[in-house]
Design a protein around this ligand. Structure first.
Ligand code: ATP
Length: 276
């Protein structure tokens, strides 16, 4: 979750490394990816097949699970793999707008997605814009209007299957049930904390480009990192790399910057650098 000051609208091909995510960058979630591919990739790729079969592809898919488990990476990966236009909105950012602006931005996002179909609209932290309506007191007027606008936009989506809204939340039970009715977010996929095997796959992904010493045993690291989510494992791998660097550059003197180039070229990250 990265709070940004503006609504982010991006195309996956023109971005940072994570925007290039593919299914190979998602670890430990093969069942979830399988379902995502059936629900989103197939209709995006073969809309005629769904029409012919009389099967309605979903308009909305809800990914729920703890923070840092890979919900955003999954959404980006499916967009990249299908070459779909990708738009990313975050719930709290929409709510932060002035009166009437939130709905306007939502409408713009949907219009843009329609113009660029096939498209994926990713709404991160949807719980911020769509808490249960009965729980919204007088001060929750903005949320009430934004939920109503989102529901209207989803109901009005044409080109069914060619525009898919993927929403992510850590708090599925706080969502307005109206959002989960048929024709809206009627498919749900749990994105859980990874198990040992999942942690191993995620560690493999995040150490892929690293010069690991022979003693580095990712299976062992996966065993002792119970409770770590993907974001934690990524941070662990980065921290190990920094620890290795500190090992050969114990005190970095920025005044008289001496980089031991030979060491840098041959340096490796070894097991003791991984301190979970
Ligand atoms: P939040 O609810 O906080 O938005 P999220 O579930 O959307 O979290 P991501 O943003 O997808 O989490 O993941 C955060 C970081 O952790 C990403 O940079 C990603 O590389 C890494 N990561 C998380 N889960 C996985 C995973 N299953 N496989 C590979 N990397 C992962």
């Amino acid at each position: 979750i990265s709070p940004a000051s503006e609504l982010i609208v991006e195309k996956p091909s023109a971005g940072a490394k994570s925007d290039k995510a593919t299914y190979k960058d998602v670890g430990g979630l093969s069942n979830q990816l399988q379902r995502i591919r059936e629900m989103i990739e197939l209709p995006l790729r073969f809309p005629q097949a769904f029409l012919r079969l009389g099967v309605e592809p979903p308009k909305g898919v809800l990914l729920y699970g703890p923070p840092g488990t890979g919900k955003t990476v999954i959404a980006k990966a499916v967009a990249n793999e299908t070459d779909a236009w990708f738009t990313h909105i975050s719930g709290p950012e929409i709510i932060g707008k002035y009166y009437g602006e939130s709905e306007q931005r939502l409408r713009e996002v949907f219009e843009e997605a329609q113009a660029h179909a096939p498209s994926i609209i990713f709404i991160d932290e949807i719980d911020a814009i769509a808490p249960k309506r009965e729980e919204m007191g007088g001060e929750k007027q903005v949320e009430r209007r934004v939920v109503a606008q989102l529901l209207a936009l989803m109901d009005g989506l044409q080109a069914r299957g060619q525009i898919v809204v993927i929403a992510a939340t850590n708090l599925p039970n706080t969502l307005d049930p109206a959002l989960r009715r048929p024709g809206r977010f009627d498919r749900e996929i749990a994105v859980p904390i990874p198990d040992r095997r999942g942690r191993e796959e995620i560690l493999q992904i995040h150490t892929r480009g690293m010069p690991l010493a022979r003693d580095v045993d990712l299976i062992r690291i996966a065993e002792v990192t119970h409770g770590f989510v993907g974001a934690d494992l990524e941070a662990l791998a980065k921290e190990a790399a920094m620890a290795a660097l500190r090992g050969i550059m114990p005190s970095i003197d920025f005044e008289d910057f001496q980089v031991p180039y030979d060491h840098l070229r041959t340096m490796e990250i070894d097991m003791k650098n991984f301190t979970a």
